[in-house]
Design a protein around this ligand. Structure first.
Ligand SMILES: Cc1ncc(COP(=O)(O)O)c(C=O)c1O
Length: 412
């Protein structure tokens, strides 16, 4: 029978950072900025650089092996989105992917067409789209509630109309942590005749993403936040890909995987990204998720069920503590996995974000302070420049959260 709880000891045994002589004691709680990587990824990267760091896809030898290693990743990664082969494009980052997408989508639009962006998103899913205003498109803003930092779907409805071509929204903001109802949004956008672009960068480390269930047209996430190398994945619904103007070299126009990747991708990073799926598979095996009727997508989903249970426990500790303090939390206060991720941002009446981060760093706890490129959200909420951000993932322990709370108790 499958295990009912995540085996944290086992999880941590797979991450060399937790055993590194310099940093084994360091508590990493800035995961929304970038996660540690398991040995599966490191081994593949080392293997690529050691043995096959040549131009891939040649005949025989290291060149063919390099291409095979990349192809393995290209064939495995779509399972992390419940997507199919050819539907996922691998670019250098999500910011670069939205930049390319904006060019690709613009070609199919005409002056006066409308694009809706939020002021809750990371700038990666706002700026590229806002720039389209310079080319004759109308850009509208779906604005957050300035008190909570949350979006209301009713407000989106008032912005949608027959000219709406595109709506761009985050699955869970990197500050509010709160899940936006993507499926409901997709239904509304599609009824209006538009396409939906979802930034899943802050959500993908915490859940098995299912683009079919979400019914979104484009979904993006960055693998350096999901235990992998620095890359950006971009899912496009097949019918949407057909509408996108080709952005690569002209002679690559018919290849689905080069259409949206004008920059030559990092070959070694692509090969190593297969290690993300190997890691999820390792967790599935260890937790006896081995029903022969369940495919890779299903196994990843079951691994993330265990992950979400554990993360909910971490959230409960931290949010319960913060509720006793004079702080201003961004997003919903509930420690409920169906409502939010353990990405918890707030301001304090008693200490500046830099002071809080410094106090914690002095005792070996790494958290974040800043606007995390969600500058528009910080501004909309009337916050002066910075917030404190504590972002956990599944490899963090209750003990780490308790030690953080102990220090925060004196500071906040
Ligand atoms: C929610 C969110 N979206 C987009 C990005 C940008 O991703 P990338 O660094 O891959 O461009 C980030 C990066 O922190 C993010 O947190």
């Amino acid at each position: 029978m499958a295990a009912s709880q995540l085996d944290i000891g086992y999880v941590r045994s797979l991450f060399p950072a937790f055993h590194h002589p310099d940093w084994a004691e360091w508590i990493h709680l800035e995961n929304a900025g970038g996660s540690y990587v398991p040995r599966h990824v490191i081994d593949l990267l080392t293997q690529f650089y050691t043995a096959t760091k040549v131009q891939p896809y040649g005949r025989g030898g290291p060149s063919e092996a390099a291409g095979d290693a990349m192809d393995r990743a290209i064939s495995l990664l779509p399972a992390t989105l419940n997507a199919q082969a050819g539907e996922v494009h691998i670019g250098p980052s999500t910011s670069q992917n939205t930049y390319v997408l904006a060019n690709a989508l613009r070609a199919g639009m005409i002056e006066g067409d409308e694009v809706i962006v939020t002021n809750q998103d990371h700038e990666a899913n706002i700026g590229s789209w806002r720039r389209l205003a310079e080319t004759g498109l109308t850009v509208k803003e779906w604005s957050v509630d300035p008190e909570t930092g949350l979006l209301d779907v009713d407000d989106l409805e008032t912005l949608l109309n027959a000219r709406t071509r595109l709506v761009c929204v985050t699955h869970a903001s990197n500050l509010a942590g709160t899940i936006n109802p993507v499926r409901q949004i997709a239904d509304l956008v599609h009824t209006a005749g538009g396409l939906l672009v979802v930034d899943g960068v802050s959500w993908a480390p915490h859940a098995a993403v299912d683009v079919v269930d979400l019914d979104c047209d484009i979904y993006l996430y960055s693998t350096y936040k999901t235990y992998g190398p620095h890359l950006g994945l971009c899912y496009t619904r097949p019918e949407v890909l057909d509408q996108l103007a080709h952005q690569g070299h002209y002679f690559n126009a018919t290849k689905p995987t080069t259409r949206l990747t004008p920059a030559g991708p990092d070959h070694a990073a692509i090969a190593a990204a297969a290690g993300i799926v190997d890691y999820y598979e390792d967790l599935a095996d260890h937790h006896r998720i081995d029903d022969p009727d369940v495919d890779l997508v299903g196994r990843i989903a079951k691994v993330f069920d265990l992950v979400a249970d554990h993360e909910e426990r971490l959230m409960r500790e931290l949010l319960g503590f913060l509720a006793t303090k004079p702080i201003r939390l961004i997003g919903v206060p509930d420690a409920d996995r169906s409502l939010r991720a353990p990405t918890i941002a707030f301001t304090s009446e008693r200490a500046t974000p830099a002071e809080v981060a410094t106090t914690l760093a002095d005792v070996g706890i790494g958290i974040g302070h800043g606007d995390f490129y969600a500058r528009r959200l910080v501004d909309a909420m009337g916050i002066e420049n910075e917030v404190i951000r504590i972002s956990a993932v599944h490899y963090n322990t209750v003990d780490e959260i308790d030690r953080t709370i102990e220090v925060l108790d004196k500071t906040l």
